[in-house]
Design a protein around this ligand. Sequence first.
Ligand SMILES: Cc1ncc(COP(=O)(O)O)c(C=O)c1O
Length: 400
Amino acid sequence: MSYDVAAVRACFPALRAGAAHFDGPGGSQVPESVAAAVAATMTAPMANRGRTTEAERNADDVVLAARQAVADLVAGDPGGVVFGRSMTQLTYDLSRVLAAGWGPGDEVVVTRLDHDANVRPWVQAAQARGATVRWAGFDPATGELAPEAVGELLSDRTRLVAVTGASNLIGTRPDVAAISDLAHDAGALTYVDGVHLTAHAAVDVATLGADLYACSPYKFLGPHLGCVVASPGLLETLRPDKLLPSTDAVPERFELGTLSYELLAGTTAAVDFLAGLGGPEGARRPRLEAGMAALEEHEDRLRERIEVGVRALPGVTVRSRARTRTPTLLLTFEGRDAADAYRFLAARGVNAPAGSFYAIEASRHLGLGDTGGLRVGLAPYSDDTDVDRLLAGLGEWLDT
Ligand SMILES: Cc1ncc(COP(=O)(O)O)c(C=O)c1O
């Protein structure tokens, strides 16, 4: 199906400020409908969740709708959608709960491709329990994380494999399904960081083999919060610390305190916006699949344009090389500092930040220390004019 980027752009009030946004991997711009849903929730009668008053029902309905929306987004079970402040917070919480049963001799596998939010919580949880951490490296030349690099670390003592669905630094999309198969054969759980992936592809948690799948709505056009999707059956087996009067039901057991109803309404609106890319009518999941496929095609075409364009510029290296990847490129410059390019472009209204973006292990593994490079990320509202501005700006900077 075709992708009408002009119609998409018209829905984003922030774009009227005029910048070309290549900073989506850090957090996307937000459609009007998302902001409107947040505002509507804040001005409607609201109370704590319940079914007695209208205000209670409104709060309850918002929560249930958001669980269903996220479940549709990743083909999960709404009864296993846990919300929290951020992916980082939820991963720390879950790492402590999951690690409660670990001890000396147990092992956890993390990768050097991952954002630190899917590394450090597991490393620290393992340390606290006397368990062993095994590190899977990726090939710095190709950016590929081979399933075998994880497979060779597994044993019958492996309790969990933490792996990214896609790298927020270089875009690599590892074969998570193959990694999950290996992990499951060894009797381990998989914790998949879908924060970067969810913004760029139709996700099916069962196909990925993700026992726990984490994502963050603010990366896919929604508000700032995080969610983890798992099967309710798995969540039932876990016992987080909780207040005595708070419910023991799943998934609420993991949601400490009162949820942000307004942000949940915004999350539902963001999922509906993505579904709208696949057509105005019909069940949400098939529209999401069609819409994300159309988006992927659009973003891949622009990514290729950028790659061809930067190849013509002197001294620019594209660090993103994996066969399967998101439209997120990391650029480095011979003898030049990426942070200079970032500032130069920013002064021209082109937002492409430099850094390692908390993917610190990946940046070091690429030989870029903690400095990283210039990250150029595409989003649903990116268009050819943005790409023209980026390439012209980089060309000008390289001439200085
Ligand atoms: C791949 C990836 N994982 C995890 C995170 C952390 O997400 P949050 O800000 O929701 O904690 C980010 C944020 O940049 C990310 O890009």
